[in-house]
Design a protein around this ligand. Sequence first.
Ligand code: PBG
Length: 324
Amino acid sequence: MQRPRRNRKSESIRGLVSETHIIPQQLIQPLFLLDGLNKNIPIKSLPGIAQLSIDNALKTIENCMKLQVNSFILFPVVEDRLKDKEATYSYNPNNFYLKAINTIKKEFPGSCLVSDVALDPYSSDGHDGLVENGKIINDKTLPILAKMSLAQAEAGIDIVGPSDMMDGRVGYIRQELDKNGFHETSIMSYTAKYASAFYGPFRDALASAPKSGDKKTYQMNPANKLEALREAKLDMEEGADFLMVKPALAYLDIIHILKEISHLPIVAYNVSGEYAMLKAAANNGWLDYEKALNEVLISIKRAGADIIITYAAEEYAKFLRTSL
Ligand code: PBG
């Protein structure tokens, strides 16, 4: 008689036949960076995550790297007085974020740093693109994104991460980087980024919510899958090195299909709201955090993600050492 249960009869057999694995080297820890020193401001809607000044960020990076979490995606928390319509602070040589990239690469040359390329953290309109008469102007946004990418490349970023969803930006950024000698700077494209309610805590963290309207003219409709294939094809043609799906959990089918059609590494962004949901339930005693987190991350891997961006990267790497 066929008995599938035979392969489940002990912990060691279950280990032998386990099909999906997560290693800390394939997790990316997001960090929210603040100007100044000695700052550590907890983010209410992201329990366990704080806005950090560079000195504290370096400590977190050191702790993560001891656990073999070597990759970080960096987001700037920009003061309102530095924001304008054209997001000019994003490529200002005095920008603390660019200095932080430089400092981190000097202190930890073995780290891998991913940037955020979009106008919203620096924009007085709170949109990812340039706003004119209430509209997001695609082609006028591209040169700004390119300037931002170049400034980050000069600062030493390993991978630029365009999260803005403007058409043609991957090709445009690739061309500008190459023209300026940065052919080694990679592009991790937010390929299928959906207009999602799960970004709420992130927008609290950066105070970057749109001042008017929403992001539906550039971020994708959660109902659409074919559109993700179209975006992926364009990103591949335009020279992306990584394709990202975001959010992760409600979009496992999209992760799966991109993995099937592309030879590029697939990245899943397990976003702020997904992390916050789990933390909130766990903090109420409603579920076992460690087990639930493991199940969530395993499901994202099983769907086809090679790399996972998660606020729980450091925490999960600790669990891997101790209990999982
Ligand atoms: C913005 C950006 C967002 C996130 C990453 N980059 C928010 C948005 O598009 O409004 C969200 C990440 C998260 O929720 O964890 N360019």
